[in-house]
Design a protein around this ligand. Structure first.
Ligand code: ADE
Ligand code: ZN
Length: 326
């Protein structure tokens, strides 16, 4: 309880957050009604009942369905703004959220609708809440290289609003090298790169996202601990891992928080960070993820400070902004 009060006040940076995963059931119902979209649930209680997952794919099926309620630019603004208000309430001062344009393009929503709504909210968050941000566009790895390449082409007029590209969705069977050419093109355009790897997939996927995709950070990466050579590589390069504790236990990557390897990796010198991934689905935002580590893993205030400092080191903010975050 004393540690929780202290964690609430600690300044935080979030580097692994899917905006579509911050869609709370209340807003989902409100938008479904406004846009006349059918939901397979009758009320918020039924939605929460449905949020029981035994692996990543169980979650993804429900997450893509939830995103169907997002239609207008205002909807994307409202989604993003609601997340930023949570950040403000939890003393999160810099964020680098992901969005999944392909989920929306497939439903006939324009790229402009999505990115303009998100960007307007991020700008207002900077101006009114003092929360700085950089936006990352993710490709869905279960779709083709060609689909990702077409999505990157749609983003070209908006490169001033995006700092980088990422890779998410079903990991198994969709290794990073499937997107080597797309990521090379993104880097040519001046974009930074990150990728989900080693969440459900093997440590070898982390090697290929370093070698083939030349990522600046690995999202999740928790299965790196199975590969001593990879651990050495991550430690010496200070390659950041954006770890998501509540996500990992909800999706059964670890059976229980007491089994999570984040503090072990921290103590070994890996640049691990704490993030919420899809807070509306996994039971909490940044503070709740830190609380879960305090309660399930005996995280101390010193650990928490190191984790928070790692996120500042790992973020894409300017040197000037980083010094303000410290
Ligand atoms: N999309 C949203 N959350 C994700 C996760 N944890 N892994 C892969 N894809 C995702
Ligand atoms: Zn994620």
């Amino acid at each position: 309880p004393a540690l929780e009060a202290w964690l609430r006040k600690m300044p935080k940076v979030e580097l692994h957050l899917h905006l579509e995963g911050s869609l709370e059931p209340e807003l989902m119902f409100k938008l479904a009604q406004k846009n006349a979209i059918d939901l397979p649930f009758n009320n918020v209680e039924q939605v929460k009942q449905a949020y029981q997952f035994s692996q990543l794919q169980d979650f993804l099926d429900i997450y893509y369905q939830g995103a169907n309620v997002l239609v207008t630019e205002q909807d994307f603004f409202d989604l993003t703004w609601a997340y930023l208000l949570q950040c403000k309430a939890q003393n999160v001062r810099h964020v680098e959220p992901f969005f999944d344009p392909q989920t929306h393009l497939a439903r006939g929503i324009n790229f402009a609708t999505v990115i303009n709504g998100i960007h307007a909210a991020l700008l207002q968050g900077q101006q009114e809440l003092g929360i700085s941000s950089e936006l990352i566009m993710c490709f869905l790895r279960h779709l083709s290289e060609q689909d990702a390449m077409a999505t990157l082409a749609l983003a070209e007029p908006y490169l001033d609003k995006i700092i980088g590209v990422g890779l998410d969705s079903s990991e198994m069977g969709h290794p990073p090298e499937k997107f080597s050419r797309v990521f090379a093109k993104a880097r040519q355009l001046g974009l930074l790169t990150v990728a989900h790897a080693g969440e459900e997939g093997p440590a070898s996927y982390i090697h290929t996202c370093l070698d083939d995709l030349q990522v600046s950070r690995v999202d999740h990466g928790v299965r790196a601990s199975e590969d001593p050579d990879l651990m050495e590589r991550l430690i010496t390069s200070r390659m950041p891992l954006t770890v998501c504790p509540l996500s990992n236990t909800k999706l059964k990557v670890f059976s229980d928080m007491s089994q999570h390897n984040i503090l072990q990796m921290l103590e070994q010198g890996v640049c691990v960070t704490v993030n919420s991934d899809d807070p509306a689905y996994f039971g909490g935002y940044m503070n709740e993820n830190f609380f879960a580590l305090a309660n399930g893993l005996e995280m101390t205030a010193d650990h928490a400070m190191m984790l928070a400092a790692n996120a500042i080191e790992a973020c894409f903010a300017s040197g000037k902004r980083k010094s303000q975050l410290l």
